[in-house]
Design a protein around this ligand. Structure first.
Ligand code: PLP
Length: 334
């Protein structure tokens, strides 16, 4: 079976860099949504908790259920709360407030410019009233930046918008909740972290997605993907291999098939521009659902150990490469 290794040392190295940046481990909320960005939810939650991280962020209730005992707080981003739970729920719209069970801990998300989710800034007072009427406990105030990873002043404009909301709450005399806005890129750009927590995902997994002109903190990829040999054969010069016969051997070659394909979440890509594995083998011909072919006789081959590099090849971002990896692939900590 194809398998994934999780490098604990690298994960802890990244978390340490982030802790140094924000001033303390207590300020880190690790984002574990989407199977911990493909790394394995329970496994990464355990490692993060062992490191001393107290706060986690997930996509939905079913993710929260799997790791509930490991953290002091878990924030559920989709905000869908069916019954009273101990988690925090993000409020993504004003209408949503009416359906949240009494006594639920909520974090109010403000739309400061991304125009995707959260209440409008003008709805602040109305939302607070609704939260009170519904008997909810306001434990957080949050926003999300649309261009934290862009070399522009956009981030500062949105921060100003969020500051205005914070001021209004202060004037209203409402406090006792945590405040947060920074994802990885915003965190890595900040000189001093004044908010209570940062919501870091991609940087913890080892990727700095800021463009070159920024002061780049070196991070270390945590995940490596391996495939194992299924069968081997000799291709004679002129013989073609795989679907569509798009690869033809220029000379006699020893090739093997390996157990990874687009069914596992590996990108099919374009066979005319072959991907080169981290071990230096070209993928020959088309990627099949469950197989690739390489000019190799090794039992096991490292396909990728740096999703940012892989993403460049496939014309996407590191996030997509890692989250796409099937949860059926076995993960092991090294
Ligand atoms: C996914 C997500 C994050 C984490 O973003 P990274 O760029 O991976 O650090 C933070 N906040 C919210 C609301 C998110 O949805």
């Amino acid at each position: 079976m194809a398998y994934i290794t999780i490098n604990k040392q690298n994960f802890y190295y990244n978390l340490k860099q982030i802790a140094l940046k924000v001033g303390s481990v207590d300020k880190i909320a690790i984002v574990l949504k989407d199977n911990a960005y493909g790394h394995g939810l329970e496994l990464m939650a355990e490692l993060a908790s062992e490191f001393g991280i107290k706060h986690a962020i997930v996509r939905n209730d079913s993710e929260a259920e799997k790791i509930y005992s490991l953290f002091e707080t878990i924030l559920v981003l989709d905000g869908k709360c069916k019954k009273l739970q101990k988690y925090h729920y993000a409020i993504n719209s004003i209408e949503q407030i009416d359906s949240i069970p009494q006594g639920t801990k909520v974090e109010l998300k403000i739309d400061t410019g991304m125009r995707r989710s959260g209440i409008e800034m003008e709805q602040l007072e109305e939302a607070l009233q609704k939260i009170e009427n519904q008997g909810l406990e306001l434990v957080g105030l949050m926003t999300h930046f649309r261009s934290a990873d862009a070399l522009s002043s956009e981030l500062f404009w949105q921060m100003k918008q969020f500051d205005a909301v914070k001021k209004r709450l202060k004037v209203l005399g409402i406090d006792g909740f945590r405040v947060h806005s920074c994802n990885s890129s915003a965190t890595l750009r900040q000189k001093i972290m004044q908010e209570d927590i940062v919501r870091v995902g991609i940087s913890a997994y080892g990727y700095n997605e800021l463009p070159y002109p920024f002061d780049l903190i070196k991070l270390k990829p945590v995940l490596s993907l391996y495939a194992q040999k299924i069968s081997a054969r000799v291709l004679k010069a002129g013989e073609s291999l795989g679907y569509g016969a798009v690869f033809t051997a220029p000379k006699e070659m020893q090739v093997s098939s390996y157990d990874l394909g687009y069914g596992d979440g590996w990108c099919r890509g374009n066979a005319k521009e072959p991907f080169i594995t981290s071990d230096g083998f070209k993928i020959l011909g088309r990627v099949s659902m469950d197989m690739i072919s390489l000019e190799s006789t090794l039992e096991s081959v490292c396909i990728m150990n740096d999703a940012q590099e892989t993403a460049k090849y496939f014309g996407t971002i590191s996030y997509e490469v890692i989250t796409a990896l099937s949860s059926d692939i076995k993960r092991q900590v090294i």
